[in-house]
Each structure stands twice: as C-alpha cells, then as structure tokens.
Design a protein around this ligand. Structure first.
Ligand SMILES: NC(=O)c1ccc[n+]([C@@H]2O[C@H](COP(=O)([O-])OP(=O)(O)OC[C@H]3O[C@@H](n4cnc5c(N)ncnc54)[C@H](OP(=O)(O)O)[C@@H]3O)[C@@H](O)[C@H]2O)c1
Length: 354
C-alpha cells in the first residue's frame, strides 16, 4: 500500500521542524511522502536538509498568498497546518475573519479546493476538554479556526483533528512579565504580572512528538473531529516559583508582584516601552482569572492521573488513543520519555545564562 502524501506548513519553525524530526527519526513516514511547506519555498533552510536529502519535496506556501497554498497542497492527503505567528492581526479585538484566523482560513480553503482529506491543525490549550470558549485573547483565532474546521467537516469537505498544544516550556519568558532574555538577564530585578497560577509547562519536543504520532496514525479515522489537548499532566509551576528559579540562576532577587490589569498595562507601556495593543492582547493570557480558572481549575483536573489526554506524565510520556464513545476521551496506550519539567528547568538555566 502506498503511503498517503503528507504536507507540513511552517517547516522552518520550531514546532513544525520538531514534528518533522520525530517523523524522520522514528520512521513514521517515508521521507518521499513528505511535502515541506515554507513561506519562501527555499530548500536550503537547515531544518529541512535532512528530509530533503532523503527525498522530501519543498514547496512554497505563504498564508497570505492563496495561489501558493493551492499549488503547495496539490496531491496532498493529510496536512499538518501549523498556526501562524502573525499575532498583530489579532490586536484591537480583530473581528472574525480579520485576526490570525484569516491566514488559517486561506490555507483551509486551498486545502478544500485541491482535495486534502484530513487537516491536523496545531491549536492551543487555552481551552480544554473540547470546549469552544476561552478567556484568552490568544485563543480567539484558534477557536475561530476550529469552528471553520468543524464546518468543513460537517459539509463533508475535509476531516480534521485539532491538536491543542500545551504551553511550551521554552516559551516561559513570554509569560514571565515579557522577560527579554537579551536585556533582562543583565539587570532586571522586577516582574509584574496580572495574575498567577500553576501552569503545566510542556516541552515543545513532547507536543511535537504527540502531534507527529497523531497525524501519522494509520487509523486516521480514529482522530476525525477530535480536539486533543497535549500538555504535561503534572508538575505545574507558578510564575512566583519561576521568579525564584530565575533569581537563583541569576544570583539576584527577582521581585515578583501580581498587579491589577490596568496597572499591568501602564507598567509595560509607560515604563517598559511596549506597544499597548500587544500588551492588552497578551494580558488576557496571564490574567489571574484566566490562569486560575482555565489552567488550574479546568486543566489540572483534566490533566490529572486519569486524564483524558496528555502526553507528559511525571516521569513518563504517554500516547493516547481515542475511545469510540467520545471525541475527547483518550486513554494511554504507550509510554515515552518525558522532558517537560526538565526542559523548563533547563531552558530557564540555559537562557538565563545566555
Ligand atoms: N503552545 C505554545 O506555547 C506556543 C508558543 C508560541 C507560539 N505558538 C504557536 O505555534 C506556532 C508555531 O510556533 P513556533 O514556535 O514553531 O514558531 P516559529 O518558530 O516562530 O515559526 C513560525 C513559522 O511560521 C512561518 N510563517 C510565518 N509567516 C508565514 C506565512 N505568511 N506563511 C507561511 N508560513 C509563515 C515561518 O515560516 P518561514 O520561515 O518560512 O517564514 C516559521 O516557520 C506559532 O506560530 C504560534 O501560533 C504556540
């Protein structure tokens, strides 16, 4: 039987290139069945070379250029659509169709036109258990994209799986008062946030592995219509705890303070010179109500020992399979190495000393 043709978008990026590495290293697919999409179509990027030398094709797929998307997805059976980093599109409460989802819709329309059968969309875990609402501004474009995917599936155009990726351990600086590794390691000693709560940080490589395993599962029907959350199940770390970890690493105290939303905006805009639309968009992510209600109250029970999902579990990493009864009910089936908590500690140590 011939392998289905697979395309991955944004393969020069951290997530997509890690998914690609897992596919290659674990021989999940023959490299010749892979189409690596980048915004330029240049095959010379270092993240692509291993796959290209083994027979993968590179194509140009620019989310802002529908014709390039159609050409890139021609002949593709399964598509891993990685969410766009164009966050500025979301600012100032962009209406539906004008936020980041605009680029995702363009990719989905191209996929529909050329007959892609199954789209695996890399969503975000700021909504759990299949829920379709979230208090996080960063989640809006993902929920809109998921709604579009559901619509396409209802119409019978494309099957989909939404893979809600947990917060990468590697992205801790974003959450830690917009910590700038370049400047802040050398002197900043104060972090203000608009809320705190436990976050189950998850190594990017772990979510990439989970994504690769789901997308390459031979039984793709098992994942149809699923919203799967991939996140560490244990070991949540608060931002206050992170302040201690970073302070210890840097050898100075980091004063950590939870302030109200408006004080937070004033501090980052007036004192730290950041752009207000960005600060306001991101604040919802770190607002107390959000972290506590979404991450602690909702996510942790779901990410608990008998959880429905999760790849990282204390000292082992688990893969799951869907049950036939519920799209969001998954059971562990295999064990893998875990890196999530250690990656967080490691990235704090590494980046704090850079
Ligand atoms: N779960 C989390 O904690 C978390 C954290 C950060 C981000 N995210 C989300 O996950 C996504 C992937 O994260 P990442 O860390 O891999 O991001 P990244 O390393 O910054 O990579 C972004 C990728 O997007 C591609 N891209 C940019 N503009 C494009 C366009 N117009 N058309 C097609 N591709 C375009 C870039 O491709 P080229 O090099 O070809 O331009 C690059 O490969 C992000 O975009 C964001 O939505 C999640």
């Amino acid at each position: 039987m011939t392998s289905p043709t697979f395309a991955l978008t944004a393969t020069t990026g951290k997530l997509s290139s890690s998914i690609l590495s897992h596919i290659l290293n674990s021989s999940l697919l023959p490299p010749s069945s892979l189409i690596l999409c980048t915004s330029t179509g240049s095959p010379t990027h270092p993240h692509l070379s291993a796959a290209v030398s083994r027979g993968a094709q590179v194509r140009r797929a620019d989310y802002d250029d529908p014709a390039s998307l159609e050409a890139a997805f021609a002949g593709v059976d399964r598509l891993i659509l990685v969410s766009t980093p164009a966050i500025a599109l979301d600012f100032n409460e962009a209406p539906e169709g004008q936020g980041r989802e605009r680029q995702h819709y363009a990719a989905l329309e191209a996929a529909r036109k050329v007959g892609v059968k199954h789209v695996y969309y890399t969503s975000l875990a700021f909504a759990c258990g299949g829920k379709s609402e979230s208090k996080a501004g960063v989640m809006v474009a993902h929920l809109r994209t998921e709604a579009r995917l559901q619509q396409l599936a209802r119409e019978g155009s494309i099957q989909f799986t939404s893979i809600r990726e947990g917060l990468y351990s590697e992205s801790w600086p974003l959450y830690f008062g917009h910590w700038d590794l370049g400047k802040d390691n050398n002197g900043r000693s104060e972090v203000k946030v608009a809320g705190d709560g436990k976050i189950t940080w998850t190594a990017l490589s772990d979510v990439a592995l989970g994504t690769a395993l789901i997308a390459t599962d031979k039984d793709s029907a098992k994942w149809e219509g699923c919203k799967v959350t991939l996140a560490a199940s244990k070991g949540g770390i608060t931002l206050a705890e992170m302040a201690e970890m970073v302070g210890k690493r840097l050898g100075r105290e980091i004063k950590f303070e939870v302030v109200d939303k408006e004080e937070h905006v004033k501090y980052y805009v007036n004192q730290r010179g950041m752009d207000e639309p960005f600060v306001r968009w991101w604040i919802i992510v770190i607002a107390l109500s959000f972290l506590v209600s979404v991450v602690t109250k909702i996510a942790l029970p779901l990410f608990g020992e008998n959880n429905i999902i999760a790849i990282a579990h204390s000292s082992s990493c688990v893969l799951f399979s869907s049950s036939s009864s519920s799209a969001d009910d998954f059971r562990y089936t295999r064990l893998f190495k875990v890196r999530s908590r250690t990656t967080l500690l490691w990235t704090i140590q590494e980046s704090s000393s850079s």
